[in-house]
Design a protein around this ligand. Structure first.
Ligand code: GDP
Ligand code: IMO
Ligand code: MG
Length: 427
């Protein structure tokens, strides 16, 4: 039985949590493959709202194996807090597993993230300040601390001492911040180490066993394609690869095990943090998206920037991850607009029209969108469960998107609730 990747097609917050939660009902394993607690995945189940940051969005279904893969970066304190909060609400955690190879976010990573953003001033990235970038830096520099290091305090302290040699220089000399102490950090980690110990496992093997046994596996991405460190709007990106290919390295499975890739996109676009965003709008329609869509960050509470759906970027996302299908979320939010717009091309400063993402960032930064305008609709979509329930204008809008992206749309979000969706997924 093959695996399905669920991947963000825009700048994050597309509604991946809701989509994974929906499909988790029909799956046996949900595995997060990258990112850390910069992510915020919201699930609305009945009267209950869950905001997950590190725990996979399958945890609400008892018996579902939930894996935090080796490609993620894990803040032990944040994970323990999330686990405690879930347990308090009666969610069983016995099926959660954390890869021993996942890198840990240490207090100095958080301090360095904040300090570097401050120093960048008006050139800052607008990170979530969760220490994500500095942690992935250490992973690449081979001075990182991994989940398995929590199991042996002597090794932990030795590794912390080595890491802190350069970190303390940076903190003290460059950023004028207090130095940190290896023993003190290790001592602070002890209770977290004990709490996390039972979850630490060889998660690549667990996923392989599940696939061999014919179980259904969902691979859950965080962030989105345009925040990808290789293919996104660099340097205004996160420090990992959200695209589908990264599910292989981030879990430890081969590409031949994956046969479905479900891209998730809003019916419009949002972005949190700095960086280019060609279809961004600052008008009544943008205000409508912000208010109706409640576009405030799940993790940092920041107001999300809003704009029209960018089909150039969406086609690019499909190319990078090989979407086999697309989930279009939050279509209900667009109800009440006279006109809805789709960006079908970019116009360069020289007047040339591009339907593919420009290769050079200078071109991209100065592009303006070319729109196709379509009639809007006033009907409330929140009760729609079948395609036939949609007004003709909303169906035309969805069809136009599928045609340009050349991918079938198998899920259409019609509200925040778990079952407020038009569901045509065949699993
Ligand atoms: P993620 O990071 O991709 O999981 O997305 P977030 O949870 O950060 O943000 C998406 C927000 O939109 C959440 O508050 C969801 O509850 C909400 N949402 C998801 N799908 C829909 C939908 O179809 N309609 C509406 N109105 N809200 C939705
Ligand atoms: P989910 O999984 C939206 C953005 C930050 C910033 C940039 C780099 O909920 O979709 P980082 O802290 O990762 O170094 O910040 O990436 N960002 C997100 N934006 N959704 C997310 O996750 C994000 N995770 C990071 O706002 O612009
Ligand atoms: Mg989010």
């Amino acid at each position: 039985m093959p695996a399905t990747v669920v991947v963000g097609a825009q700048w994050g917050d597309e509604g991946k949590g809701k989509v994974v939660d929906l499909l988790a009902e029909r799956s046996d394993v949900v595995a997060r493959y990258q990112g850390g607690n910069n992510a915020g995945h919201t699930i609305v189940a009945g009267d209950e709202t869950y905001k997950l940051h590190l725990v996979p969005s399958g945890i609400l279904y008892p018996g579902t194996l939930c894996v935090i893969g080796s490609g993620t970066v894990v803040d032990p304190a944040a994970l323990v807090k999330e686990l405690d909060a879930l347990e308090e609400r009666g969610i069983a955690l016995d099926t959660l597993r954390l890869s021993g190879n996942a890198h840990l976010i240490m207090p100095y990573h958080i301090a360095l993230d904040g300090a570097s953003e401050m120093k960048l001033g008006r050139f800052s990235i607008g990170t979530t300040r969760r220490g994500i970038g500095p942690c992935y830096q250490d992973k690449a520099a081979r001075t990182g601390i991994r989940a398995q290091d929590l199991l042996d305090t002597k090794i932990l302290v030795a590794k912390l001492r080595i890491a802190l040699e350069s970190k303390n220089e940076l903190l003290e000399v460059l950023y004028k911040q207090p130095r940190m102490d290896a023993e003190e950090i290790a001592e602070g980690l002890l209770p977290h180490a004990e709490r996390l110990r039972p979850f630490i496992a060889d998660t690549s093997l667990l996923v392989d066993e599940a696939l061999r046994a014919g179980r259904r596996v969902l691979l859950e991405g965080a962030q989105g394609t345009m925040l990808d460190i290789d293919h996104g709007t660099y340097p205004f990106v996160t420090s990992s690869n959200p695209i589908a290919g990264a599910a292989c390295s981030g879990i430890g499975l081969g590409p031949t095990r994956i046969d479905r890739v479900l891209g998730v996109s809003k019916a419009y676009t949002t972005r949190v943090g700095e960086g280019p965003f060609p279809t961004e709008i600052d008008d009544a329609a943008g205000e409508h998206m912000l208010r109706q869509g409640n576009e405030f960050g799940t993790t940092t509470g920041r107001q999300r920037r809003c704009g029209w759906l960018d089909l150039v970027a969406l086609r690019y996302a499909s190319r990078l991850s090989g979407f086999t299908e697309l989930a279009l979320t939050k279509l209900d939010v667009l109800s009440g607009l006279d006109t809805v717009r789709l960006c079908v091309a970019y116009r360069t400063k020289e007047g040339q029209e591009l339907t593919e993402m420009p290769y050079h960032q200078t071109v991209f930064h100065s592009c303006t969108p070319v729109y196709r305008d379509m009639p809007g609709w006033n009907d409330d979509l929140t009760g729609a469960r079948e395609l036939e329930d949609l007004p003709a204008a909303a169906r035309d809008y969805v069809d136009a998107i599928a045609k340009v992206v050349e991918v079938p749309i198998t899920l259409i979000g019609t509200g925040q609730g778990r079952h407020q969706i038009i569901d045509r997924v065949e699993i």
